[in-house]
Design a binder for this molecule. Structure first.
Ligand SMILES: [Zn+2]
Length: 151
């Protein structure tokens, strides 16, 4: 069954069996997990950090940023979770995926350049709070994506 909405649930750790349509977030805010929105039943575990995914919860609705691209799954689902709603991004070509990854990499590099830091290893920055710089950037990205995928 395809999920059109996700309700979020704060948990101590991601449970072994995930419920359809639930986006789990750890109390430490270091990882989120959900079942692929296409209904294939695969688990999507997203690390939360300044250079991975971020989650914003606004009036009980969760937004996960950036999009979820399950290229490694047979379904190759690509969607956004905005304000708890699933927005399907359609099938991206391999070329578009490669370009997206490239852009993401460039974005990460410029982010750390602005902070005057070298990118840390994933474990080291998992629990760091998001600096304000990243928040404004995400807000701009959110506005941009929303415009791009507005129907
Ligand atoms: Zn799927």
């Amino acid at each position: 069954m395809r999920s059109e909405r996700f309700k979020h649930q704060v948990v101590d750790s991601i449970p072994e069996r995930l419920q359809v349509g639930t986006l789990y977030v750890t109390t430490d805010r270091d990882v989120a997990g959900h079942l692929c929105a296409c209904g294939c039943g695969r688990e999507v575990i997203t690390p939360l950090s300044p250079t991975d995914w971020s989650i914003t919860i606004d009036q009980h609705r969760a937004t996960l940023d950036p999009s979820i691209g399950n290229w490694a799954f047979p379904c190759r689902s690509h969607y956004f979770i905005w304000d708890g709603e699933v927005i399907w991004a359609g099938n991206m070509s391999n070329k578009a995926i490669a370009q997206g990854r490239q852009r993401n990499k460039a974005c990460k590099l410029s982010y750390y350049r602005q902070l005057n830091e070298t990118p840390p290893m994933p474990q080291e920055h998992l629990r760091k709070p998001l600096p304000p710089l990243r928040r404004t950037r995400i807000q701009r990205l959110v506005a941009w994506w929303k415009r791009l995928f507005a129907r």
